[in-house]
Design a protein around this ligand. Sequence first.
Ligand code: 8YV
Length: 309
Amino acid sequence: MLEDAGLEVFIPEHENLSKDEWLSYCKSNDMILSVGGEFKYDTDFFNECPNIKAIALYSVGFDHVDIKEANQRNIPIGNTPNVLSRATSDVAFLLMQSVARRASYNFEKVKAGNWGDFDPLHALGQELYGKTLGIFGLGRIGFEMAKKSKAAFDMKIIYHNRHQNEEAEKELDAKYVSFDELVSQSDVLSIHANFKQEQKELFNSSVFEKMKENAIFINTARGGFHNQKDLYNALAEHKIWGAGLDVTNPEPIYKEDPILELSSVCVLPHIGSATIEARNGMAKLAAQNLIAFSKGEKMPACANPDVYK
Ligand code: 8YV
C-alpha cells in the first residue's frame, strides 16, 4: 500500500530490534511506522532523530510518545482508533466472564487431571445478570464493552470520564458518577482509558479497599493503571472477587509473580487487538496516516490534532 502510493519503504532486516538498532534506523528515515509500545518517543529521541517528520503508530495508545514534544516540533503522531475497539472490548468481556466463572482456573485443573467429584459448593462462580458495570474511561472501547454487557447480561452501566458521554447516556442509559462512586458501586470495574503518567497506579490499595467484596477488576488498557502488588494483596485477602488482566505491571509479567498462583485471576498476554480483522485494520490505518502525511494532507487518525491548527 505504501509503495503503491509512491513511498520508498525500508523494512528492518530482522524483528526484535534493539533500542540502538531502531534508533539508527529512525535517524536515516523521515517517517516511521512503529509497532509495539516498548520504545519511547521522548525528547532524547526527537533530539537524536531530527529528520523525523511524522510517526505512524500501530496502536491506539500513545502513552509511549511525548505528545507535547511532538507538538512543539510539529510532528503529527498517527494512531489506530476504532478498528480495534470491538476486538479489545471482546477481550474485556471474555475476561469478565472467565473471572466470574473461574474459567481459566478450572481449565488448569482439568489439564492437571484433577476434574474432581461433584460437590454442590465446588467451583462456584457468580452470575453477571443485572449487575453494575463501572467503566473507567468511556470512549470507543468502553462503549463497546458497555454495549455488549448490557445486551448479554442487562448490566447497569456507570462510568467515570473526563467528559460526559452523551451517546452512552442516551443509548445505554449509562450514568456518570464520581471516581469514588465508580469504585464503591461497581460489581465489575473495567478500565478503558488512555493512560497518562499522572494516573500511574491510580488503582492501588486505597481503591481496592473501597471496592465491593464481589467486585471483578478488569484491565485491558495499560498495566500502569494498577499497582500489581496491591492488587495481589486485595485478591489474596479476598477483599475483591477476582481480576482479569490483558495488561500487567510490569509487562510482561514475571513468571514468578504470585498473582499467577491465584484461582481468582485470569491473565492474558496483551492480546486485546490480536484478531485478523483488527490487525488488518490497524495496518491499513497506519499506512493511510503516512500516505496522507506524504501528500501534505491531514492524517485520518491523529493523536495530536493540535499540530494542524
Ligand atoms: C497493540 C494496544 O497490541 O493499540 C494499543 O494501544 O495496546 C494494542 O492494540 C500494541 O500496542 C501493538 O502495537
